[in-house]
Design a protein around this ligand. Sequence first.
Ligand SMILES: NC(=O)c1ccc[n+]([C@@H]2O[C@H](COP(=O)([O-])OP(=O)(O)OC[C@H]3O[C@@H](n4cnc5c(N)ncnc54)[C@H](OP(=O)(O)O)[C@@H]3O)[C@@H](O)[C@H]2O)c1
Length: 327
Amino acid sequence: MIKKRRLGKNGVSVGSLGYGAMVLEGYYGKSDDGHAVSTIHRALDAGMNMIDTADAYGSGHNESLVRRAIAGRRHQAFVATKFGIVFDESESGTDLPTGWGFSLKINGTPTYVNKALDASLRRLGLDVIDLWYAHYPDPATPIEETVGAMAEAVRAGKARYLGLCNVTAEQVRRAHKVSPISAVQFEYSLWRREAEADLLPTLRELGISLVAWSPLGSGFLTGTVTRLDPTDFRQNNPRFKGDNFSVNRDRFSPFMAVAREMGVTPAQLALAWLLYQGEDIIPIPGTRRADRVEENALSADIQLTPELLRNINELARPGIAEGATLI
Ligand SMILES: NC(=O)c1ccc[n+]([C@@H]2O[C@H](COP(=O)([O-])OP(=O)(O)OC[C@H]3O[C@@H](n4cnc5c(N)ncnc54)[C@H](OP(=O)(O)O)[C@@H]3O)[C@@H](O)[C@H]2O)c1
C-alpha cells in the first residue's frame, strides 16, 4: 500500500499517486470496459485511491465506468471529476485554441456549472464529489464567477474540495480569494516542466497541491511507445509528430539508460522523480493494464539520491523536448 499525502495544506489524506482514468476511453488505444473496471480495482487495492475522471472523457462514459468500479468500494475511493469542456453539441461555450489542431469549447458560467454538477453526480452515482475541478478556465467568464458557483456546491454538500486545471498563477490567486482551492491539476513531467516557473511557487505559497496530469508524458517517458496508430489521439500532440518524435526519443534515451542501470523501468523512474519534487505533488498516471498499475505503484518505493536527482534534472532539463504546445 503506497503512502499518503495531504491534499492542500490542511486537507484530507490521499494516496501519493492517483489513477488517471482517461485512457479507459480508448484515446491512446482500444479499451475494454470489463478490464477497465478491474484496472481501477487494482489501483484502489494499491492505495492509488484518487480516481481521476472528467465529464468530457468519453462524453460521460468515463464517469459511468468509475461508478461501476467504485460500487461497493466507495469508502476506498477519492473521486475527482471535472466540468467545463462542452461535449454536448446543444450547449454553448467559448472556443479555446489548443495548439493541437483543434479548439475546445469551454463553459464556466454559473448556469452551466450547476447543470454539470448534477449530471456528474448522477453519472457517478454519488451524493458528493470528493474533488471537483474546473477543467479549463472559460475565456469569456471571470474565474471569480465560475468558482463562486462551484463554492455553492460545497455549501450544498455536493462537493467536498474544489480544484482548478490548466490555470495561470494569477488565475489561482484570484480564484483562491473567492473560495479555498485544494488542488490545481497541470501537466507536469520530465518533458513538461513549465509548472516549475510561476505556478508551483504560487501553489506552495497558498498551500495548494499540484496534481500532475500526463506524468508519464502520455506514455512517451515509459520508453514503450515506438509508433502510433493513425487513430491515436496523441497524433495531435506536436511532441509525437513527425521528426519531433524521433528527436525526442534520442534526447530522452540517456534518461531511459539511467532507469535501466538502476534496475527500474523508465515509467517508475519518471514517477519517482515527480514524487521527489515535493510532498505537495500527486501524479495521476493512467494505464489500461492492471500489471502496469502495480509497476507504477512501486515507483513510490524508489530512493533517489541528491546526485541522481541532479543527473536526471540535467538529462531532462526544461526545454529539452521538441514540440511546442499551448495546453
Ligand atoms: N486536466 C487535464 O486537462 C488533463 C489532461 C490530460 C490528462 N489528464 C488526467 O491525467 C491522467 C494521466 O494522463 P495521460 O493518460 O494523458 O498520460 P500518462 O499517465 O502520462 O500516460 C498514459 C500512457 O502511459 C502508458 N503507461 C502507463 N503506465 C505504463 C507503464 N508502467 N509502462 C508502459 N506504459 C505505461 C499507458 O499505456 P497502457 O494503457 O497501454 O498501459 C498510457 O498510454 C489522465 O487519465 C487524466 O485523468 C488531465
